[in-house]
Design a protein around this ligand. Structure first.
Ligand SMILES: Nc1ccn([C@@H]2O[C@H](COP(=O)(O)O)[C@@H](O)[C@H]2O)c(=O)n1
Length: 290
């Protein structure tokens, strides 16, 4: 085994030899050819801690005092209605897609009515239970030190996720985020969301407006992709040339029902693993000098 960390009991692979070969080729390419593309909620952030679910970017706002109790109740109602559809192993992406548009649009309309103040977001994040996966500091810091670009493609809220990463002291210049960003008026009051809505199942080139980014790093043809849903599998669509791609999927919820689909789609599946150990082990091996 090239990577001892792949023996961890949370690791599942459909084709371990194929994965070893991809790792070998990526190691050969080294850090110059590598880029990382990652989802945020429940991938870089934790799914649970001490048996309790950790919040998504949206939940951080839902749980905060910058929205009214009535709005909170409605947003939680939306979560309870639509999250089971998002994760439903029996529904196709085509069936889920319109439901996700409905969920995000209804949540955005509710948030818009709350006249959220930009300058209160930092405090909301500070008071939240947001947690990054164990090993996040090594992940962000070593990518930065090795000058490897990190592209975070999130259907969460960009302002919130940036604030989480910033407050942890690991938001470095090698990180580019594409997400739903709040739009504020001249008085710092939220007046909607910018650009095209990003939800779980349209994380592909259809919502990537800044195509320059992938052109500029076009020589980085080896990709490590990190996700937690089947919707995250298309996040590398914008990459011009792909030589090798290793897809790592965090399987947090509905483990029994989703294991087979995850194994068919992700090279490495991490079952209820709240750490970035495997990702860090892989990155360290790939970037180690030949
Ligand atoms: N109103 C909403 C809408 C979505 N969510 C969850 O946020 C996750 C955001 O997506 P990532 O791309 O960062 O994984 C998504 O999976 C939804 O479950 C929410 O909590 N509230």
């Amino acid at each position: 085994m090239l990577l001892p960390v792949l023996s961890k009991d949370t690791v599942r692979m459909k084709d371990p030899e194929g994965v070893q070969e991809k790792i070998r080729l990526m190691h050969k390419g080294g850090q110059q050819k590598l880029q990382v593309i990652s989802d945020f909620d429940m991938t870089l952030s934790r799914f649970s801690f001490n048996g309790e679910r950790c919040p998504t970017c949206y939940n951080i706002i839902d749980n905060s005092n910058i929205i009214s109790d009535e709005c909170r109740k409605k947003l939680k109602g939306l979560f309870n209605t639509y999250y089971p559809h998002e994760m439903d192993p029996k529904k196709s992406v085509e069936e889920k897609y319109p439901l996700m548009v409905e969920w995000w649009s209804r949540a955005h309309d509710l948030l818009y009515e709350q006249r959220i103040q930009k300058d209160r977001l930092a405090q909301v994040v500070k008071e939240s239970n947001a947690m990054l996966r164990n090993g996040y500091d090594l992940f962000f810091n070593s990518l930065y030190q090795s000058e490897i670009p990190l592209f975070i493609f999130s259907a969460g809220i960009g302002d919130v996720l940036e604030e989480i990463i910033r407050q942890k002291g690991v938001f470095h210049p090698n990180t580019k985020v594409v997400s739903n960003y709040m739009d504020f008026d001249d008085n710092g009051i939220m007046k909607g969301f910018k650009g095209e809505l990003i939800h779980t199942y349209n994380k592909n080139s259809s919502v990537l407006t800044d195509t320059e980014y992938f052109k500029e790093i076009g020589h980085r043809t080896n990709i490590v992709l990190l996700g937690d849903t089947l919707g995250d599998l298309t996040m590398a669509d914008g990459v011009t040339t792909v030589e090798n791609i290793i897809k790592i999927g965090f399987l947090n919820d509905k483990v029994d029902e989703l294991t087979e689909q995850f194994l068919q789609s992700y090279d490495i599946v991490l079952v209820r693993d709240e750490t970035l150990d495997v990702v860090n082990g892989l990155l360290q091996y790939v970037t180690a000098k030949n």
